[in-house]
Design a binder for this molecule. Structure first.
Ligand code: MLT
Length: 417
């Protein structure tokens, strides 16, 4: 292995003298024909026309439309159509898309039997990933015969919200609600979540609009852990349900979609600890000794404000005041942001709030419990995953196969025990 003109060999495993002599983590540089880039941090292996992101300037656009404009003026289904099919829909196209989705919101009753086999306290993301994967079994035309991609896309868009509500209803000890197809996409989801057989439930337009904005903001984010996973799994020609299920599973991790759950738990901890923001800012700066991590700050690509965080912060203020919710963690979050933005430690490291910092506060105000936050992210991200999977197939990308730089033993003689 040649790095900066010096040659190294790695005949033994980690912890060896060789590893001590050479800091392997620095070997992101050119090494022969292969570049070691562990997090794909600087490797463009995909060409995509879906989402533009400029981390230096803090810009995010779907198919050329700014996230600010879409969040203000569009509906989530319009944005889904835009991401998947490349253009904003005409009225006729929109009606056909929305009607198709309405027709497919019911989930096969046999999927309920699979669902019923999960423990009551199973994390909803585990249930969601498993059931999306199980959809291939119910729609075998997704992997054999003449694959009608548009039909599978419609089914996924239609059924994900239905499945997503099941875990919540069961955690409450309530029967699940069947879809009400006279309602629109968001109202239907809210109705399945919150309607009870014993009383009338009316969707609050403030809640519906807040959810519309949140789903749009989460709808795509170019290549990231879950999206690249969807493309990679799909590149083996795995069917769309298995590929999207892989994305759901990738999203679950606390470093990805699970982060807003961590944020709300952190904010609660600060509240319980007396709400002294300055103390926690200091603890975050000394994380090595205190072990306290400031979740929801910093982003792998944004060296500026995450544009989604700005929109979400404003939405959090609006929604909480319109709903008359007084959540002390909103003030704590704002206090943390202000303290961090005025502290050279955070400024020099370009650690700004990201999309996860305020989203949980809104979900909570809407009545959505913490363990459902990542599920909400998945509902929002679904059109992005679908668009990326479709684009990858249409571009006829080859099967993904990352190269590796081998650092293990050379040939060893086998000695019997
Ligand atoms: C996302 O929206 O997927 C997250 O910000 C993670 C990322 O883009 O890396």
């Amino acid at each position: 292995l040649i790095v900066d003109g010096k040659s190294y060999s790695f005949p033994t495993l980690e912890g060896s003298e060789h590893e001590k002599a050479v800091d392997i983590s620095n070997l992101r540089d050119q090494s022969g024909y292969v570049t070691l880039d562990r997090g794909y941090k600087n490797t463009g292996a995909t060409q995509s026309a879906i989402t533009f992101l400029d981390g230096e300037e803090g810009i995010l656009r779907y198919r050329g439309y700014s996230i600010e404009e879409l969040a203000e003026k569009a509906s989530f289904l319009e944005v889904a159509y835009l991401l998947i099919y490349g253009e904003l829909p005409t009225q006729i196209q929109y009606d056909a898309f929305a009607t198709g989705i309405r027709r497919h919101t019911l989930v096969n009753e046999d999927m309920r039997k699979i669902f019923d086999g999960f423990p009551v306290n199973a994390h909803p993301m585990c249930v969601l990933g498993s059931l999306v994967n199980a959809m291939s079994a119910f729609y075998p035309d997704s992997y054999e015969g003449n694959q009608n991609t548009d039909l599978h896309i419609t089914r996924l868009m239609a059924k994900l919200p239905t499945i997503a509500t099941w875990s919540y209803k069961r955690s409450q000890g309530h029967p699940i609600n069947y879809p009400k197809n006279e309602l629109d996409y968001i109202a239907n989801f809210l109705n399945m979540m919150f309607a009870l057989p014993v009383e009338d439930y009316k969707v609050d337009p403030v809640v519906a609009q807040a959810l519309n904005v949140l789903l749009i903001l989460h709808a795509d984010h170019e290549q990231n852990c879950s999206t690249s996973t969807v493309r990679l799994v799909g590149s083996s020609q795995a069917n769309i349900y298995s590929s999207i299920a892989a994305g759901v599973n990738a999203l679950w991790g606390p470093l990805h979609g699970g982060a807003n759950q961590e944020v709300i738990e952190m904010l609660e901890e600060i509240k319980e600890g007396g709400g002294d923001v300055a103390k926690y800012i200091d603890m975050a700066k000394n994380a090595k000794t205190t072990g306290f991590r400031l979740f929801g700050f910093g982003h792998r690509v944004y060296k500026n404000f995450d544009p989604r965080a700005r929109i979400i912060k404003k939405a959090a203020d609006d929604v909480l005041s319109k709903l008359g919710v007084n959540d002390p963690v909103l003030e704590i979050a704002k206090g943390l942001e202000e303290a961090a933005l005025n502290d050279p430690y955070f400024v020099q490291r370009k650690l700004y709030p990201n999309v996860d910092f305020y989203s949980g506060i809104i979900y909570r105000a809407l009545g959505i419990p913490t363990n459902m936050f990542t599920v909400m992210f998945a509902i929002g991200r679904l059109p992005g995953w679908i668009a990326q999977w479709k684009e990858m197939r249409e571009q006829k990308e080859p099967i993904g196969r990352p190269r590796q730089i081998y650092t293990g033993s050379t040939l060893r003689d086998f000695k019997a025990m």
